[in-house]
Write a protein that binds this ligand. Structure first.
Ligand SMILES: Nc1nc2c(ncn2[C@@H]2O[C@H](COP(=O)(O)OP(=O)(O)OP(=O)(O)O)[C@@H](O)[C@H]2O)c(=O)[nH]1
Ligand SMILES: [Mg+2]
Length: 316
C-alpha cells in the first residue's frame, strides 16, 4: 500500500502504482476540490503522536495569527507567514514583538513569505540550530501555508522536484507526509488544524478565491463618528457607535466595502455578535479581514452563526 505524495493519504487499490491520489491529481491539474470527511479530532491525533522534544515549526498566517494549539508543543519556532500580503512598510520586528507579548513559550520567531522566498534562509538556519533530532514537524491551522513552505524548502535547499499538493481550500493535506531531505533531516508536513469558527469554514467554497488576498493589501482608512454601518461585500455588516474614530480595514483589495453614516438594513437575517472595544484595538474575522480602530467603539457584527469575531490589541 502506498501513500500519496501530494496529501499523505493511502492510495486506494484502483489507483495503485500511482504516486498521487485522484483527489490531488484533480486539484493540481484542474483546480477541482473534493471535501474529504475527516474531522479535526483525527488531525489532532496525528499531532499528538509527535515526539515531545522534536522541533516544531508552528506556522500561522499573519492574516489571522491563529496559534490556539501552540502550547501543545515544547520546542517551537513560531513562523509568521504570508508577510507579502501585509503592507511593506510594516517591519518584521514589530510583528515579532507583538507575538512575544502572548503567553507562549517559543525558541524563536521568524517572519516569512514562502511565496516571495522571504527570510527562508534565516528560517533554515534556525531549523538547523534548534533541531533536537532528525525530525522537524510543520504544524498549524489549515490554509496557513505549511505545505507551500515545505515545498519551498525542498526546492530551494534540496533541489528536488517533489511537490506536495497546496491549495486555497481547507484541509488539502490529509495525513503526515515525511520527507527525508538528507541523513540528518526529515521534514514532516501535517494536516492543518481546523478552526470551525473561521470565515472560510462558514461560506460557500466558491467564495474562497474572492476573499483570499493575493497581493499586498492596500489598507482602507475611514473616519467614523456617531452611528453607522460598514457593509463588507454582502457578507458581513458591522454597525458601529463611536466618537471621532478612525478605522483601517485590511482585506483583499477586490472586496467591496461600503460605509454609511446611518444604520444599514442589509443582512438583517443574520444573527449578530456584540463587541465593545477599548482604544487601540482590532477585530479579527478569521481569514476574511482584520480591522484596526483607534478609539473606543461599540460594534454589532452581523455574520454567519459559527464565525467567531475576535478582538485584540492593534497589530500594526
Ligand atoms: N500570499 C501568500 N500566500 C501563501 C503563502 N504561503 C501559502 N500561501 C497560500 O495559502 C494557501 C494555503 O497554502 P497551503 O500550503 O496549501 O496551506 P496548508 O497549511 O498546507 O493547508 P492544509 O494542508 O489545508 O493544512 C494557498 O493558496 C497558498 O498559495 C505566502 O507566503 N504568501
Ligand atoms: Mg498542507
Amino acid at each position: 500500500m502506498s501513500k500519496c505524495i501530494g496529501c499523505g493519504i493511502e492510495i486506494k487499490d484502483k489507483d495503485e502504482n500511482k504516486e498521487i491520489c485522484n483527489r490531488c491529481f484533480r486539484l493540481k491539474n484542474y483546480g477541482e476540490y473534493k471535501v474529504v470527511a475527516k474531522d479535526n479530532q483525527e488531525f489532532l491525533t496525528i499531532l499528538d503522536d509527535i515526539e515531545k522534544d522534536a522541533l516544531v515549526l508552528y506556522v500561522t498566517s499573519l492574516f489571522n495569527l491563529n496559534i490556539d494549539y501552540i502550547n501543545k508543543f515544547k520546542n517551537v519556532i513560531l513562523v509568521l507567514t504570508k508577510k507579502d500580503i501585509l503592507p511593506k512598510s510594516i517591519k518584521d520586528e514589530k510583528l515579532i514583538n507583538y507575538v512575544k507579548n502572548f503567553n507562549i513559550n517559543v525558541l524563536d520567531v521568524e517572519v516569512i513569505s514562502s511565496l516571495k522566498n522571504y527570510n527562508l534562509d534565516s528560517l533554515m538556519n534556525k531549523i538547523n540550530k534548534y533541531k533536537t533530532n532528525n525530525n522537524v514537524y510543520v504544524v498549524g491551522n489549515t490554509n496557513s501555508g505549511k505545505s507551500t513552505l515545505v515545498n519551498k524548502i525542498i526546492k530551494n535547499y534540496y533541489n528536488s522536484n517533489l511537490n506536495i499538493t497546496t491549495s486555497l481550500y481547507p484541509s488539502t493535506t490529509l495525513d503526515k507526509i515525511i520527507i527525508k531531505l538528507n541523513d540528518d533531516l526529515n521534514i514532516i508536513d501535517t494536516p492543518g488544524i481546523v478552526d470551525y469558527h473561521s470565515f472560510i469554514h462558514n461560506i460557500d467554497l466558491s467564495l474562497l478565491k474572492k476573499i483570499t488576498p493575493k497581493k499586498e493589501i492596500k489598507p482602507r482608512v475611514y473616519q467614523i463618528n456617531n452611528k453607522g454601518s460598514i457593509l463588507i461585500d454582502d457578507l458581513v455588516r458591522i454597525d458601529y457607535e463611536t466618537t471621532d474614530n478612525s478605522m483601517v480595514i485590511y482585506i483583499a483589495n477586490n472586496i467591496k466595502i461600503s460605509i454609511a453614516g446611518k444604520q444599514n438594513d442589509k443582512l438583517r437575517e443574520l444573527n449578530y455578535q456584540e463587541l465593545k472595544l477599548d482604544k487601540n484595538m482590532d477585530i479579527v474575522i478569521p481569514d476574511l479581514c482584520f480591522i484596526k480602530f483607534k478609539n473606543e467603539v461599540n460594534l454589532k457584527i452581523y455574520i454567519k452563526d459559527n464565525v467567531i469575531v475576535k478582538k485584540r490589541a492593534n497589530l500594526i
